[in-house]
Design a protein. Structure first.
Lengths: 337, 80
């Protein structure tokens, strides 16, 4: 049986940038500097009009190919995690197969998740590789939440940035006996009672565009986020999923070398780090230059951590994604030597 | 922690002087009370009292008194 491993990660940010000065000019009554200091975000990259999540995904994938991770014709399965598809149909991953020059014998599909999406993607990719269904899985996460934000919603405009990431999952060597696999185990979680707290109510089929009112007087076609509710959800869910994952893996917290959580905002992350008793040097923060990029925050943070020399082979890394849905998932990964 | 301590912490959080907040004071009239402040308060209570407060219940509080009454279970626990 093959043992799936994360082999390479690259990411792409669109060229447009909104920094804190721009926010302060747009919202003079909003203490943009204070909010930015609390959220830990200095810059967000924003897709241009007509620049879609799929365009960002193409750029990220091409970076992966250019880095020598694999050739396009070697990819036999494409997974695209997005909540900003080009169309309702056809599947955006099918369009990417064509644009990236992947073979027509490759499988391709979209899946719709946000902040938990990368971890779920690793679970799917591991399943495909370890059952022999695919050898080289290209896992793409791509999002343009900026296009869902109301122009005057200073809260969300401070937090969210657009980005895409490309990750190659393929078989690695057989791990030494008694050791954990290169990816896994996993713990998942879902609670649809959180539906109303992070939602774009309109534009789908439940409520077509332009009809009725959204929550709190907002337009139903814009993103609505209930910060305090999501905050308290996170404080409940994340410690539980961390404990569950450690139990499933038979590991103690101090055996984990690095923690890469979904980069929602620095204030929340610092509180979680402190609450869980994780030392600062083991906890990755990588959101100051790109903000909350939804399903790309974890791969971006992994890439940044690697660049900082924090990921030599064999380091045991915990990934925890949590957010919209509510949906959450956690896993352990390590790089084969 | 007592109710008095909690009031002090709230005053510190909102950057107002000690003994300036009364139970009748309306939260949303205070310069420092916004959605970011509600999250700071939730975090503070989680850390100091290990009491998880649901976001909506905090955001729905109109006065300082209502906010502090959410902490009653933690004060009762301490007294027991």
């Amino acid at each position: 049986m093959p043992f799936a491993a994360v082999r390479a990660v690259e990411y792409h940010l669109p060229a447009g940038v909104v920094d804190n000065d721009a926010l302060a000019r747009a919202f003079p009554d909003w203490p943009a500097e204070k909010v930015a200091a609390k959220t830990g975000i200095a810059r967000r990259h924003i897709a241009a009009p007509g620049e879609c999540a799929s365009d960002l995904a193409v750029a990220a994938a091409r970076k992966l190919f250019a880095a020598g991770a694999c050739r396009p014709d070697e990819v036999d399965f494409l997974l695209l995690c997005t909540q900003s598809p080009d169309h309702f149909l056809p599947t955006t991953a099918c369009l990417l197969q064509d644009r990236l020059g992947l073979p027509t014998r490759a499988g391709a599909l979209d899946y719709n998740l946000g902040c938990s999406g990368f971890v779920y993607g690793l679970a799917l990719a591991k399943g495909l590789v370890e059952t022999g269904q695919a050898a080289n899985v290209l896992l793409l996460t791509a999002e343009t939440y900026s296009k869902y934000l109301a122009p005057n919603d200073r809260g969300t405009r401070t937090l969210f940035g657009d980005a895409a990431a490309a990750t190659l999952v393929q078989a690695g060597p057989v791990p030494p006996a008694g050791e954990l696999p290169w990816i896994g185990p996993f713990v998942f979680g879902t609670d649809g009672r959180g539906k109303e707290n992070l939602i774009v109510p309109g534009g789908g089929l439940r409520r077509p565009s332009g009809q009725g009112h959204g929550s709190a007087g907002a337009s139903p076609d814009h993103l609505y986020m209930n910060g305090p509710e999501i905050f308290s959800f996170t404080l409940r869910a994340v410690p539980e999923v961390v404990a569950a994952l450690l139990a499933r893996a038979g590991r103690a917290l101090d055996e984990i070398d690095l923690f890469v959580f979904h980069q929602a905002n620095r204030y929340l992350l610092e509180h979680l780090r402190d609450k869980l008793g994780i030392p600062r040097e083991k906890f990755v923060l990588a959101l100051s230059e790109c903000g909350n990029t939804v399903s790309s925050t974890i791969p971006i943070a992994l890439k940044e951590a690697a660049g900082r020399g924090l990921l030599p082979p064999g380091r045991l890394v915990m990934l925890v994604g949590f957010g919209v849905g509510y949906s959450w998932a956690a896993t352990l990964i390590r790089a084969p030597a | 922690m007592t109710k008095h301590d909690a009031l002090r912490l709230l005053e510190e959080m909102l950057e107002v002087g000690p003994d300036t907040l009364t139970p009748e004071r309306r939260l949303w009239d205070l310069a420092g009370w916004d959605s970011l402040a509600t999250m700071t308060f939730i975090a503070l209570v989680d850390r100091e009292l290990r009491l998880p407060l649901p976001g909506n219940r905090v955001a729905d509080c109109e006065t300082v008194g209502e906010l502090l009454s959410l902490l009653e279970p933690a004060f009762a626990r301490r007294a027991a």
